[in-house]
Design a protein around this ligand. Structure first.
Ligand SMILES: [Zn+2]
Length: 374
């Protein structure tokens, strides 16, 4: 093998070791060697170098079963690497800094005044955050809309009113770190991988917020599709005679049950503006109108999930939604059971409503770590 080839192989093995340590928290050289099927000698050389660089530390020893010397436990030094995730919304920017073990170091929000330029504020947030941390491995930006991650261009974002914005290029002109741009729903699905059993080979993630999006996760990777739009469940039509969606169809899931649709419906019925804290509207003694509305949302959601189950047959469907109460869970499940004429695919699928909404900022930071390891 050429010198260049050897260097690439060493770097690849080093990243595999880091990934193994990140996932297993504490382990010995021997465990890493067995787990990765890499020689103990190679692992030891890599570990020695990582210790010298202050990235890995020895944490005492553990008695081994049977004979032999006790094995020395290793772990990644907290804060030895930082990954920055930023979620851009029209009215606020969410910033999340995690270390290599995906421990949250900083979580902050910057609100946008109407006079501020959103793009300038995003750049400013990047500059200030990078200046606060050492060993930054990259900045991930989650944006609602159509994104080209390989070029870092936001082609179209209705929410942000952006068209063909070269976000990566514009930030990298001001910041000395690599910037990656992602669709916010796709990266929001990444914490779902971290939270769930790695043995799950297929997860369909649905995010309901101002819009509705989804991501299909196969073997811990997000399947993007030919034009990176796979999983767009928001534009599945669930009511043929329903209201017209901005995409041109009638009765799209997004048009019917997104947070925007909810706010619109509640404002019209209760003749008052609905703020962003809709949790207040969904408590036990919420109005009959809201109760009925949310129950209907469950029926629509159930119809869309049925189509996903028929088409993809995932092991787990995760619903990340602001409507988290018992009536919507029940209505969704009942509708899925009713719609599934084929019983077999449903038997192996679990539908799970998450307690706390996943953060696209955290997902963007995780994405940087995963890219670093690959
Ligand atoms: Zn639509």
């Amino acid at each position: 093998m050429s010198i260049k080839g050897t260097a690439i192989l060493r770097e690849r093995n080093q990243k595999k070791v880091l990934e193994y340590l990140r996932k297993n928290k504490m382990c010995s050289r021997l465990e890493i060697s067995k787990g990765l099927n890499v020689s103990k000698n190679t692992v030891s050389l890599i570990i020695d170098q990582l210790i010298k660089q202050g990235i890995v530390v020895e944490r005492g020893s553990k008695e081994r079963k049977g004979a032999g010397r006790p094995s020395v436990e290793l772990s990644i030094v907290p804060g030895s690497f930082h990954s920055i995730g930023i979620y851009v919304q029209s009215d606020r920017i969410e910033i999340m800094v995690v270390d290599y073990s995906i421990t949250i170091i900083e979580h902050d929000e910057v609100f946008i005044d109407q006079e501020d330029s959103l793009l300038e504020t995003v750049i400013d947030c990047c500059i200030k955050t990078v200046n606060r941390y050492k060993n930054v491995i990259g900045i991930g930006i989650g944006v609602p809309g159509l994104v080209n991650p390989s070029k870092g261009i936001v082609h179209h974002s209705t929410n942000l009113n952006w068209k063909d914005v070269s976000l990566k290029e514009k930030i990298e002109q001001k910041v000395d770190e690599e910037v990656s741009v992602f669709n916010s729903v796709k990266v929001a699905a990444l914490p779902a991988i971290e939270d769930n059993d790695e043995d799950l080979h297929s997860i369909f993630y649905i995010r309901i917020s101002e819009g509705i999006g989804g991501a299909f996760i196969i073997n811990n990777k997000i399947y993007l599709g030919a034009s990176r739009t796979a999983g767009e469940i928001g534009h599945i039509s669930v009511e043929a005679d329903g209201p017209k969606c901005k995409c041109g169809q009638n009765g799209c899931l997004e048009r019917l049950i997104s947070l925007n649709a909810f706010k619109e419906a509640v404002s019209a019925s209760e003749s008052k503006a609905v703020n962003s804290n809709i949790g207040e509207l969904l408590h036990d003694d919420s109005s009959e109108y809201v109760k009925k509305l949310v129950k209907n949302y469950g029926c629509y959601l159930g119809k869309a999930i049925s189509q996903v189950i028929h088409l993809m047959n995932p092991q787990l469907v995760i619903v990340d939604s602001p409507y988290n109460n018992v009536p919507i869970f029940e209505a969704t499940t009942m509708e899925v059971v009713k719609e599934n004429s084929l019983e077999l695919p449903l038997e192996q699928t679990i539908i799970n409503f998450v307690d706390e909404v996943y953060s696209p900022a955290k997902g963007a930071a995780i994405s940087i770590i995963l890219n670093f390891e690959n």
